[in-house]
Design a protein around this ligand. Structure first.
Ligand SMILES: [Mg+2]
Length: 151
């Protein structure tokens, strides 16, 4: 069974293919797409725990634009940005927009895996908090929860 769902977004197709293969080998349910546009399509179809996002991508949807869309569609998904030396500033902007962290290219697989584990951990903690809050709400205002469900 695959426990975590990850979306990898990178325009370098060889890198993308290799990374997806390596993550799948470690039983991470991984989807790879080569553009921001395709990432948005995937995010509308399926829930992801973590998105690994390249900062530098050609065309209209660069890393930052894609990040803004990710946060609109799935605000709880954690985002790890992949950056080159020239785009560290962009990653800092990304962190301000809610990215979990960033890694410098060329990335080491071990570094990425440990960052992924941290991101999954945080996502899991957030999910549990929300679940607990929903349970509290149910106990405190049982009627209100039912009314909301009718809508
Ligand atoms: Mg790129």
């Amino acid at each position: 069974m695959d426990y975590f769902r990850t979306l990898v977004v990178d325009d370098e197709e060889d890198f993308l293919e290799t990374l997806v293969k390596r993550l799948k080998k470690r039983h991470i349910d991984t989807t790879g797409v080569p553009s921001g546009e395709l990432a948005i399509e995937e995010l509308k179809k399926k829930l992801f725990d973590v998105v690994i996002l390249d900062v530098k991508m050609p065309g209209g949807m660069d890393g930052i634009k894609t990040l803004r869309e990710i946060k609109k569609i799935q605000p709880l998904a954690e985002v790890i940005m992949l950056t080159g030396h020239a785009s560290v500033e962009t990653s800092i902007e990304g962190m301000k927009l809610g990215a979990f962290d960033y890694l410098m290219k060329p990335i080491k697989l071990d570094d990425l895996l440990s960052k992924l584990a941290q991101a999954f951990d945080r996502k899991d903690a957030q999910d549990q908090k929300i679940r607990k809050a929903k349970i509290k709400e149910l106990i405190r205002f049982p009627g209100r929860v039912l009314e909301q469900e009718k809508d």
